[in-house]
Write a protein that binds this ligand. Structure first.
Ligand code: SF4
Ligand code: SF4
Length: 457
């Protein structure tokens, strides 16, 4: 028995040492310090029970050994689908004019502005609040830093250039394509271009905004089914860098956001152009130019689940992704929805993002029935007002989500356990809090990105 206890103690030491090394490499200083402490402390009871000159240590050692051997089995018992969690059904179509980006683009005094608030008077008070704040990317905002803000602006400028290429006429000759072959090609090529995942779904009504809220087609009805007969939607995700997002809500997170909107947009624009060259219709949906709701399309294309913060939770990067979509009439092999109730269960017990969110825009309780569907809905007005105060798109909820850890063996083992076991989900949640803290602070900036607030000239 002393040998078995010693081996178990040594295994715990090595496990926490591994966590320590991984955390150091990821720049997670708190987790690195705490895991090192655990590596030193966790084996102690085993060594004392094995070799300590304490009366009754043999019985204590036996009990400790039985509990220690039973614990991993208990943690890994598959529990199947968590009870009471239903597959959220479809929702109605959303008018793009009601989302915050559209509302923030309304010019006070313009007829659009007056018409909007006549139709939605309930939005006036909250929108007046964000209009009094400095604004997204403003030099007067709380997190302004000239270099990272300018870099983000440069990426957004490039996204705007891409917007001229989101649609176009297909080649006059329609190529005969093998549905399976072209689907495989599109998926493989998207990964080659830098996407981390790609899936295809049948385009459904609730994926499509009902009315355009931004750009020259403001107020026009959207009908991708009717006019273009787009039947399929291809969703792609790109990774947001863990280190950059770790600085949220500082400037580097805005830089990263903008860069990945650009990366996702470039892939979608190329993909749409490729399809049009084959003689089929295709339109890219990229930042600032959406006719579809990307997270819903990506969910139905099997790329993840929608979590508490209303974002796509992907299997290996959690919400740490940006999405772009291509809709087309090209016939493609469609992926099934990958309903994962373990994510919804974990969100139900976690609510870390709700605790972290500075303006409390994320609901902390159980999902509510919204338009007949049980789901969480964030307070988009409160979130956007915070962005307008700090000047960045914040991202603290994404940064601290336990699913957002890097795509590595250690974190993927945890994700495997989360998917499999009810007990493991509760255990992992506690461990995430112990190692990273319930409200982790920002990671340091890369050495070449200044942190100080710079006063504009
Ligand atoms: S932080 Fe927790 S509750 Fe929020 S999305 Fe992530 S897992 Fe869900
Ligand atoms: S981005 Fe920031 S303000 Fe918005 S929901 Fe997430 S934590 Fe809250």
């Amino acid at each position: 028995m002393p040998l078995a206890l010693t081996v178990y103690g040594a295994a715990l030491f090595l496990l926490f040492l591994w966590v320590h090394v991984v955390s150091r490499l990821e720049g997670e200083k708190t987790a690195a310090n705490r895991s090192l402490l655990l590596a030193l402390l966790a084996p102690l009871p085993y060594l004392v029970a094995a070799w300590g000159p304490i009366p009754g240590h043999g019985v204590a050692g036996l009990i400790l050994l039985v509990i220690s051997l039973a614990a991993p089995i208990l943690l890994m018992i598959p529990t199947g689908k968590p009870r009471g969690i239903a597959d959220p059904a479809a929702t109605g179509r959303i008018d793009e004019r009601t989302i915050m980006f559209s509302r923030s683009a309304l010019e006070p005094g313009s007829s659009r502005f007056d018409e909007y608030y006549e139709k939605y008077p309930e939005h006036r008070a909250s929108d007046d609040k964000f209009r009094c704040l400095p604004g997204l990317m403003s030099p007067d905002s709380g997190k302004f830093e000239s270099l990272s803000f300018a870099a983000a602006g440069a990426s957004f400028d490039t996204v705007e250039e891409l917007a001229t290429m989101v649609e176009g006429l297909p080649a006059s000759e329609r190529a005969a394509v093998d549905q399976g072959e072209v689907t495989r090609f599109l998926k493989g090529w998207s990964l080659k271009l830098g996407a981390v995942s790609c899936g295809v779904t049948t385009l459904r009504d609730y994926h499509i905004y009902s009315v355009k809220g931004r750009g020259p087609r403001f107020g026009k009805k959207i009908d991708l089914h009717g006019t273009g007969s787009h039947r399929c939607a291809v969703a792609i995700t790109v990774e947001m860098d863990h280190g950059s997002l770790g600085t949220a809500p500082e400037g580097p997170t805005l830089m990263e956001s903008a860069q990945q909107y650009l990366a996702a947009g470039a892939i979608a624009v190329q993909m749409a152009s490729f399809i049009r060259r084959l003689g089929w219709e295709a339109e890219a949906h990229i930042d600032g130019n959406y006719k579809v709701i990307c997270p819903l399309v990506a969910r139905d294309a099997g790329l993840g689940e929608i979590g508490r913060m209303g974002l796509l939770m992907t299997p290996t990067l959690g919400p740490r992704v940006r999405i772009a979509v291509v809709t087309t009439d090209l016939p493609l092999d469609v992926d099934g929805r990958n309903f994962d109730p373990s994510v919804l269960h974990f969100c139900g017990i976690c609510s870390k993002c709700a605790d972290i969110c500075p303006p409390r825009a994320i609901p902390a309780g159980a999902p509510a029935a919204i338009e007949g569907v049980e789901r969480w809905r964030i307070d988009q007005e409160a979130c956007f007002a915070y962005w307008c105060a700090v000047g960045t798109d914040c991202g603290q909820c994404i940064k601290d989500c336990p699913y957002s850890h890097p795509d590595s063996l250690l974190h993927n083992l945890v994700r495997w356990g989360l998917k499999r076991s009810w007990v493991f989900r509760h255990f992992a949640l506690r461990m995430d809090d112990v190692l990273y803290g319930r409200r982790p602070g920002p990671l340091p900036h890369r050495f070449w990105i200044p942190r100080r607030k710079q006063t504009p000239a």
